[in-house]
Each structure stands twice: as C-alpha cells, then as structure tokens.
Write a protein of this length. Structure first.
Length: 432
C-alpha cells in the first residue's frame, strides 16, 4: 500500500483482517514488461538499462524501458534518438513479441485461477473482479497478494491497484511501482482521488486537461464538484460519466472470460459527412480506421489472418471483399496496406464512397505473431518490427492520456468529418 496516500490507513488494516464491503476490482499492470522479459531471458542484462524499441538511427520509438533506463529519463513513446542521448549505455533490442505473448498468457492464467472475471486491456494489463461472493468469499487483498507472488515466481513483477471500480484500480496501480499493491478501501474513494491532478485519470488528454485548467479545475476533487455546464463544454455527452469517475462513483463491470472469448472479428467503420472521391482521402480514412482496429486487437491479445474491407457508395450499392494473409497479425502497418490494395480492386477515383470499414478475423488461437513477419522491410527501409513498436508505444500513450492524445497527421484530415456507426453486423461480438 502507498504510505503517502491520503486515505485512511486504519481502514486498510480493518479491510485486511475483516470483511470487504462492496465491489473489488483490480488492475494488474506488468512492470516494464517487455524489458523485464528481456532481462529474464538475458541474465547478464539484469540490473542494466534495457530499451525495447526501434533503432535510434532510423527514427525509431521506445516501446518499453527498464527501470534502470527510466532513471535517465527514458520513457515509452520517446524517440529512440532522444533515448540514446539520455542513456547512451543502454542495451537495445527490437523485441521478441512471441515471447512476450507467451509470458502474458502465463500471467493471465494466474488471474484465471483466482477468478473467471478477467478483462484483458492489453498484453501487459488486465482488470479482474474478486468481489467477495461473486466467485470466491476470500478477502480481495489476500487474493491480490497471492497473484503478485505468483507473477514474481515467473521471473517478472507486477503492480496491482484494488478498489471498487476500474477507474480507481487503474489509478491505484500506478501509485507504487514496481511490485506495488495499492488498495483503496471501499468508502475512501473520494479522499484518494480528490487531491490528484486531473491528468491522473485516463480519458483526459492534453486538450481536455488544457480546457479544465482554463476553467480552474486542477484536481479530480474539483472535477467531481464542477459545474455540469462547464464539463459539458469540455466533455460533451461524456460530462456526467467523467464527473462520476472523478468522484469515485463509477460502476464497472468485468465480464467473465467465456463472455469475451467468442469474439469472431474486430472491426471499425465510418459514414462520412461528405462522400470521398479522392484516392488520398480514401487511403487516409482506411489508415485511420485501421489504427483503431490494430489497437483493439493488441488490447485483446488477438492476431487475425483475414482482412475484410467494406465500402458503401452514394448510390446505394456496396461491396465487401476479403483477403487471407500468410501470417496472423495485430499490426495495422501490415493489414492496412492490404486493405488499401483490396479497395483499389473494387473502386476507382471519382466514385463516391459514403461509408468505409476494415475488419480482422480468423484469429490464431495460439495468439502468436510470426517473428519472421517483423523482419519485413517497407519501401522506406523501415523494419516492420520498428513500425509495430511505434503502434505499441502509441497504444500506451492513448491508454494513459486518452484516445485523442496522439495520432498521425491523417487524423486531422477527418476531424469533425466522421460519424461513428456500429461494428460490422453479423460477424460476432465486438471487443468493446
């Protein structure tokens, strides 16, 4: 438990030896996961700064840095060239994603032994529900300690946040790293959240933070008690949900594993406010849709073999076309170019497109991404592994600061010009 927390330490002690009153949602976050696995597999690297990411000489991006490298200021999503300047003695590796998936599966199996209610957020994060009476009557704090010990026996470590909902669990998991367990006892949520800066809550990116600060809303406590009209101008329809989250009153649901394991496809489609007729616009739209699909695939630990593209034209007709890949992938840098090639076979510039969508299906049950795939080089001489490192790094930034916190320039082309629609109908349950 974080000894600097402002909530009641006596309540923690009472919860440990007594009964837990209310929901118990945990968030397990593997500490510097990719780098920790590399140090596990390379004993001579232990205790040394290790960076997993793209080459500093090729505009690469840091995916993960060990805690030894972080002491020099190296962070995820940082340009590799900057990281090398900060820590020139670091050991660099492009990463071994098949190995990371293998280790992640072992950690998820530990969670599944404790509760069937596990919601994997990404390869190194998962929410789990250990509410007494839902599956087990054991004290949630005891369960979390047992999970932490079991993960340590694998040779890596995790940090766990425990509270009454996902927002609290996520924030708590970041309070004491590495190998921390931060518990926010039911009834102490407001005291825990109130003094924290607004940026501590996921979903608040740079633009929202700037708007909140201009409105003199600096802390989550101030956000929880802010004028609803002010919040509506900043968050729109999500204003009330954000206020409840800041107040610790969010109601979270962690689904049972068998409720999410039957996902048959992950897809995203958009209807455009104006028809697309230009090749550059169409390809930019597909790239933007593909980013979302790739992020969802990685969040669920899924890799698909079949790319599906859906188009609807302004005169009412539409086309859906598919192609099977040689290897399963979760990387939009691999499947979006295939989608663009598919579109070229059914569309020519000048034809009016009012809706476009991309989907991935035919998932590899082993969860593996072929390692030889990451040796491929694009027309600019950039390895696929480096492009995927960038995607993974952007996932982490978006999870921490909100979906709009980072993106490519192509997103600006469609800002305010996309209307969200449902996922592809008839292709299984969506991941979100």
């Amino acid at each position: 438990m974080d000894t600097d927390a402002t909530y009641d330490a006596r309540a923690f002690a009472e919860a440990l030896i007594g009964s837990w009153d209310g929901p118990a949602v945990g968030l397990l976050d593997l500490d510097a996961f990719f780098a920790s696995v590399e140090q596990l597999d390379h004993p001579t690297w232990r205790g040394k700064p290790v960076i997993v990411g793209g080459d500093p000489d090729k505009r690469g991006v840091v995916s993960t840095a060990s805690y030894e490298a972080r002491t020099f200021g190296v962070r995820s999503a940082m340009p590799s060239a900057q990281a090398r300047r900060l820590c020139p003695q670091a050991i660099w590796t492009h990463g071994h994603f098949d190995r990371y998936r293998e280790m992640s599966a072992q950690v998820m199996a530990i969670l599944e032994r404790e509760t069937p209610f596990v919601d994997r957020v990404s390869i190194d994060e998962a929410f789990f529900d250990v509410t007494p009476g839902r599956f087990s009557s054991e004290n949630p704090i005891v369960i979390c300690r047992r999970i932490s010990e079991a993960v340590s026996k694998l040779g890596i470590t995790c940090s766990i946040g425990l509270g009454v909902n996902k927002t609290i669990a996520k924030i708590a998991s970041e309070r004491d790293k590495p190998r921390g367990l931060t518990v926010v006892v039911p009834g102490t949520e407001r005291a825990f959240l109130a003094p924290l800066p607004v940026r501590a809550m996921s979903g608040i990116g740079k633009s929202a933070e700037t708007a909140l600060l201009k409105a003199r809303i600096h802390t989550l406590g101030e956000l929880a008690s802010a004028d609803p009209l002010v919040l509506r101008r900043i968050f729109g329809a999500n204003a009330e949900a954000m206020r409840l989250r800041a107040a610790g009153r969010e109601v979270s649901r962690v689904s049972a594993i068998d409720e999410i394991d039957d996902v048959k496809s992950v897809s995203n489609e958009r209807t455009f406010a104006r028809d697309l007729t230009d090749r550059a616009d169409v390809e930019a739209a597909l790239s933007l849709l593909g980013e979302s699909v790739g992020q969802r695939l990685r969040r669920r630990g899924l890799a698909g073999r079949t790319v599906t593209v859906k188009l609807k034209f302004s005169y009412g007709s539409g086309r859906t076309i598919q192609r099977k890949l040689a290897h399963p992938t979760d990387d939009e840098n691999v499947f979006v170019p295939v989608a663009i090639d598919l579109v070229r076979s059914i569309w020519t510039p000048g034809m009016h497109i009012r809706l476009a969508g991309i989907g991935m299906s035919d998932f590899d049950i082993s969860g593996g991404v072929q390692t030889d795939l990451f040796c491929e080089v694009d027309e600019r001489g950039v390895q696929a592994s480096e492009r995927r490192n960038l995607s993974v790094a952007m996932d982490r930034v978006r999870e921490r600061f909100g979906s709009g916190s980072v993106g490519f320039g192509r997103a600006a082309r469609f800002e305010g010009d996309l209307i969200r629609r449902d996922k592809f109908p008839g292709q299984g349950k969506p991941t979100e």
